[in-house]
Design a protein around this ligand. Structure first.
Ligand code: FEC
Length: 307
């Protein structure tokens, strides 16, 4: 008999509407409700970019559909994708429950973020694994795919294209970026930083961009120290070194969402403008076929139940 393998596609999650921001923010803060000021500040950021639409939700839906289509081509009728979100419905646990309700016994989990950190991908995996164990599903996970050749190719195309668009500006530096995490991950020997640097170096080499550096963005608003330098400081430094333009390549993210559309396109862009520099950003991967194939091939190579 043919066996169906569940594929739990996990993503960060976004509110369903402006009314859902408080619940979402409370979930991110592990059950601690934000203060009215914090809530107003976050609501203001969503308002500034999306005005009531939350692009991450549609983008995640499309990515899951795109992955399903590639899996169907590679191995007809073997895989069925389910969605599980970290901070919004359907939660990761809901996705695992749907698999169990459909009689799935074996599943593979993958996160829509290419780099592993115990604080990012690791926490998705932990929640999925616990629920799968409780429901009797055998589950395996793709932990990272940050050097998959098709991912590197897709990002390289974008950086090359971005540099062409900036060819009237000189000199230009490429700034690779990713979401900051608390500095304590360094003591845990976490691979996050190393993997991000590997992706950046491979893409820079592919695009022939000799002049690049890596910087962090979107650090949390907590008292503990976060990994730096932050992009806003990096922009000042780059300007001080005589650059006229930067191309930002947020390789830690795969979709248009708040951290890109606000933190880069509004906040960093206006900081660059004040410094008298041009800031452009590469296009996000969204449903690029090379990204869909990266995900599909990563899933298939984790499929230990193949005969
Ligand atoms: O468009 C959207 O609605 C969602 C945008 C969004 C993405 C995203 C990705 C990552 N985060 C990561 C880690 C943290 C840590 C904290 C944290 C806090 C927030 C807040 C918002 C938010 N994150 Fe996020 N993140 C997105 C949105 N994130 C909103 C709360 C307000 C703020 O601090 O800005 C801090 C939690 C704490 O307080 O303890 C840590 C990581 C990623 C990239 C990997 C992934 O996608 O999982 C890591 C998209």
């Amino acid at each position: 008999p043919k066996r169906t393998i569940g594929v739990l596609v996990m993503s960060y999650g976004t509110p369903e509407s402006m009314d859902g921001i408080e619940e979402y923010y409370t979930h991110i803060r592990r059950g601690h409700a934000p203060t009215p000021e914090q809530l107003a500040e976050l609501t203001g950021r969503y308002d500034a970019v999306v005005g009531g639409v939350f692009p991450l939700r549609e983008n995640t839906n499309r990515q899951v559909a795109g992955l399903q289509a590639v899996l169907d081509r590679m191995a007809p009728e073997r895989y069925v994708c389910y969605q599980g979100l970290k901070h919004a419905r359907p939660y990761i646990e809901d996705g695992v429950e749907s698999m169990a309700a459909d009689g799935i016994k074996e599943a593979i989990g993958i996160v829509l973020a290419p780099h592993y950190s115990v604080m990012s991908v690791g926490s998705y995996v932990k929640r999925a694994r616990e629920k799968a164990e409780a429901l009797g599903i055998a589950m395996r996970f793709v932990e990272s795919y940050h050097l998959h050749p098709k991912l590197i190719e897709a990002l390289t195309d974008r950086v090359s294209h971005g540099l062409e668009g900036l060819n009237a500006v000189k000199p230009v530096k490429v700034l690779f970026s990713a979401h900051s995490l608390p500095e304590k991950i360094r003591e845990m020997n976490d691979p996050y930083e190393q993997q991000l640097l590997e992706t950046s170096a491979a893409v820079a080499a592919g695009a022939g961009a000799a002049d690049w550096q890596f910087t962090w963005q979107s650090a949390g608003r907590t008292r503990e120290p976060w990994l730096g330098p932050d992009i806003l400081d990096t922009l000042q430094e780059v300007k001080g070194n005589g650059y006229e333009g930067v191309l930002v390549a947020p390789v830690g993210f795969v979709s248009d969402h708040l951290e890109v559309l606000y933190d880069l396109d509004i906040e960093a862009k206006s900081a660059a403008k004040e410094l008298g520099m041009v800031l452009e950003r590469i296009e996000m991967l969204n449903t690029d076929i090379l990204y869909m194939e990266t995900l599909a091939e990563s899933v298939v190579s984790e499929d230990d139940w193949q005969h």
